[in-house]
Design a protein around this ligand. Structure first.
Ligand SMILES: Cc1cc2nc3c(=O)[nH]c(=O)nc-3n(C[C@H](O)[C@H](O)[C@H](O)COP(=O)(O)O)c2cc1C
Length: 195
């Protein structure tokens, strides 16, 4: 990895998909590259991986509740959205993608994403092929893409539901490369969403 990541502020929003365990590796690699990495998790994400794992790997507070950390000047969701150079949503579930597409903000992660400039957001969708191919998900993906959100994946391959298909989350190395590429661009945006 290059020095592109050094001292950059990256907020990783982890959602409730089976691929959440792979994001521990992404967070570890970001920390090793000397990025300032912070993690926010949905309630469902915490059923797959515990906050303690991300706390240890990032050496930072892990944010899990909209109503925590209200002491500062700004509520945490505004501060986290605005201070990050890049927000990674991974695995990005069908549910969180739908919330992003509609501008819904019922929890911490969704509220952070609504407070963030979409051009700073990189998502790594991850879901069963039927969920990815569903017209609602395709509509939501197109909408957030049109808003300026960048995508890495999804790819095709083995899925946790024991099928092979499209919807598999990109591997950590591809996600890290996409982060580096996005941070090295002068203007954010630009990336592929192919239905
Ligand atoms: C075992 C299991 C695995 C799941 N894997 C995924 C997944 O890979 N992608 C997805 O979109 N939803 C998956 N779900 C469903 C989500 O957890 C569910 O839609 C949840 O509401 C997502 O919440 P979040 O977007 O706030 O994290 C899975 C659920 C279970 C029980």
């Amino acid at each position: 990895m290059t020095s592109t990541l050094s001292s950059r502020s990256i907020l990783v929003c982890v959602c409730g998909g089976i691929a959440a365990y792979k994001i521990a590796d992404v967070v570890s690699k970001l920390a090793q590259a000397k990025a300032s990495v912070t993690v926010a998790m949905t309630a469902e994400a915490q059923k797959f991986v515990g906050p303690a794992t991300f706390r240890a790997l990032s050496a930072n507070t892990v944010y899990t509740d909209l109503w925590d950390h209200l002491d500062g000047k700004d509520p945490q969701h505004i501060r986290l959205a605005q201070t990050a150079d890049l927000l990674l949503v991974a695995p990005c579930t069908a549910n969180t993608l739908a919330r992003m597409a509609q501008g819904l903000a019922p929890d911490l992660v969704a509220t952070i994403l609504l407070a963030a400039d979409p051009r700073k957001v990189l998502i790594a969708p991850a879901m069963n092929e039927a969920m990815w191919n569903h017209p609602a998900t395709q509509r939501n993906a197109k909408r957030v893409f049109d808003d300026g959100v960048e995508f890495v994946g999804p790819g095709a391959g083995w899925q946790a539901c024991r099928t092979v298909g499209v919807g598999r989350m990109s591997e950590p190395a591809e996600i890290l490369a996409a982060i580096e590429q996005k941070l090295s661009k002068d203007s954010a945006g630009a990336a592929h969403f192919t239905p």
